[in-house]
Unconditional design. Structure first.
Ligand code: SF4
Ligand code: SF4
Lengths: 388, 150
């Protein structure tokens, strides 16, 4: 393969202001018009984006030592339980934890008005939260109860740490049964009433680097409005699913574990959400830059919605096998055909906001504020680039 | 199931009667009081949502009118908080009228209040709580004035 460039060369261009950055959507057009060879020569970096509820998210918080000191045993923030099985004042608040007095699904479908995701959004939006901690008391930590109002700035440390984000592709969900289903994939009306999907398609980070050639441990990303990092492959990361001729997985595959300083993030890009009948969650904004190291990366980032397929899955447990395969251009058209029926499609992932993230990341790079990082270790299933 | 938000005006002479209890007992209706100003020997005002089957609802309304309660529908509408809306599209799964719909290929989710039937599906379904029920401005003012004068 002919053309190639290095991370160092790209970063030099970022510093000198000569870098050429385009969004993944723009790259699709460029590659289709000019071919990957020309596109690779012209474009240095492609920015991706996704903004959707991602349940496997949460934050490590250290709420500061008290006097006398406490070894918190049970902790609530705004009445949402946080995990306190860590050192004295370290806790983890998970996105899907509902408030302690939430009626849950006792009256189905439950509303799940407020939970861990909302606590995180309140914190990054600069709102005060009420923290309550109980302890059993020890000789070294005699305090048994603390209650205080805190702003994010009052926490000595606050780190967003999401065990599984940015799923590389996801099912299209339908309902074959005769009753409405309330799921993490939204409301599914009976008898194929609608088909819901949750991927930003051609803008989606891991669909632009399907074989994990550039996204790996240490990759610097846009996370929740701040800067974050890929710190590991996410839970349930499974690169070994069937792929198309472009290497793009045809069903859920890779995932990322992401981490970043919560204090840099914003309530626009970390949004607490309530999924009717399912629970609370957090919508997370993520953007990942893909360096165009060679023509191959131009080819991968040139992927279009019509070249990414996913499986149509029945969420009523009636039919275990997929009901068919559909591509994202079809899903985005508004209706698809399943078993001879016209079914309206419903996105759960915000394409408008995903595009905004890709644009923001583009401007960060163009302004020289964001450099690219070479992975320290590649993700499982990666066909690592050869040493040049 | 039929449901409507109504404004009830009670003349002073019947303010003390257990009218709402009768609605529940004799007409099988359930209610949710959204606002009430009722004082002995004064005209009372109540905004409530009545639910039940259409037949019971009509009979209940007849009963109210018969005993002298003035019944008016409230100007209730659905609005979207644009700052809160994530532009996801989840609401389009349930919106029966297409008031919430997607402009393609940009995938912009728009809310056209002209086409809204006020079913409130989206209020429960919107993950970001962007969809809200708001009452007629005129009505709100009127009730807050009567609140102030009492
Ligand atoms: S579900 Fe709510 S947040 Fe999503 S597009 Fe509709 S109104 Fe906006
Ligand atoms: S109230 Fe009903 S008709 Fe109006 S926008 Fe919401 S779902 Fe659509």
């Amino acid at each position: 393969m002919g053309f190639s460039r290095t991370y160092e060369e790209i970063n030099e261009k970022i510093k000198s202001g000569d870098v050429v950055v385009v969004t993944a959507e723009e790259m699709t057009r460029i590659v289709r018009e000019k071919g990957e060879k020309k596109a690779a020569q012209e474009v240095d970096v492609v920015t991706t984006g996704t903004f959707a509820p991602m349940c496997s998210s949460g934050a490590f918080l250290n709420f500061g030592h008290t006097s006398p000191p406490i070894k918190a045993h049970r902790v609530w923030i705004n009445n949402v339980p946080a995990y306190a099985g860590l050192a004295a004042v370290d806790i983890y608040i998970g996105a899907t934890e509902p408030a302690a007095d939430d009626p849950l699904n006792r009256i189905h479908p439950g509303l799940f008005e407020y939970g861990g995701g909302h606590v995180i959004q309140d914190l990054v939006s600069g709102k005060p939260v009420r923290l309550k901690a109980e302890a059993y008391g020890t000789d070294c930590y005699p305090n048994r109860f603390v209650e205080k109002t805190l702003y994010l700035k009052d926490f000595p440390n606050a780190t967003l740490c999401n065990p599984r984000n940015a799923y590389q592709n996801y099912n299209c969900a339908v309902n074959l049964s005769s009753k409405t289903l309330y799921t993490y994939m939204g409301v599914l009306k009976p008898k194929l009433g609608n088909a819901n999907y949750s991927t930003s398609g051609c803008l989606s980070p891991l669909l632009n680097d399907p074989l994990y050639k550039t996204i790996g441990l240490g990759t610097q990303v846009f996370l929740g409005g701040g800067v974050g990092y890929v710190i590991w492959h996410g839970t349930q990361h499974n690169p070994n699913v069937p792929r198309n001729e472009r290497g793009v997985p045809k069903s859920p595959a890779g995932t990322l574990m992401l981490l970043g300083d919560l204090k840099q993030m914003s309530g626009r890009w970390l949004v607490g959400v309530s999924m009717l009948g399912y629970g609370c969650s957090l919508a997370v904004g993520i953007g990942i830059p893909v360096p165009i190291l060679d023509e191959e990366m131009a080819y991968y980032t040139g992927v279009g919605d019509d070249e990414i397929v996913t499986q149509i899955k029945d969420y009523s447990f009636t039919e275990p096998e997929p009901l068919g395969e559909v591509n994202y251009a079809e899903l985005k058209s508004g209706t698809i055909r399943i078993r001879g029926k016209e079914v309206p499609t419903v996105p759960l992932s915000s394409y408008v906001r995903a595009k905004e993230i890709a644009e923001i990341l583009k401007s960060w790079i163009k302004d020289g504020r964001f450099l690219l990082t070479k992975p320290q270790k590649y993700l499982p299933g990666s066909s690592e680039p050869k040493v040049k | 199931m039929y449901a409507k938000v109504l404004v009830l005006r009670f003349p002073p002479d019947i303010v003390d009667k257990p009218i709402i209890t009768n609605l529940v007992r004799s007409y099988n209706l359930t209610f949710n009081i959204l606002k009430a100003q009722i004082f002995p020997r004064k005209e009372g005002l109540m905004i409530l949502e009545l639910r039940g089957n259409k037949n019971d609802y009509d009979r209940g309304l007849e009963y109210l009118k018969r005993i002298g309660v003035k019944v008016e529908p409230i100007g209730q509408s659905i609005s979207r908080n644009e700052d809160v809306c994530l532009q996801c599209g989840a609401c389009t799964a349930v919106c029966p009228t297409g008031a919430l719909h997607i402009i393609r290929p940009d995938m912009e989710v728009v809310f056209d209040s002209e086409r809204c039937s006020g079913c409130e599906w989206c209020v429960k379904v919107c993950p970001a709580h962007a969809m809200r029920v708001t009452f007629d401005r005129h009505m709100e003012e009127e009730t807050s004035i009567s609140q102030g004068s009492s």
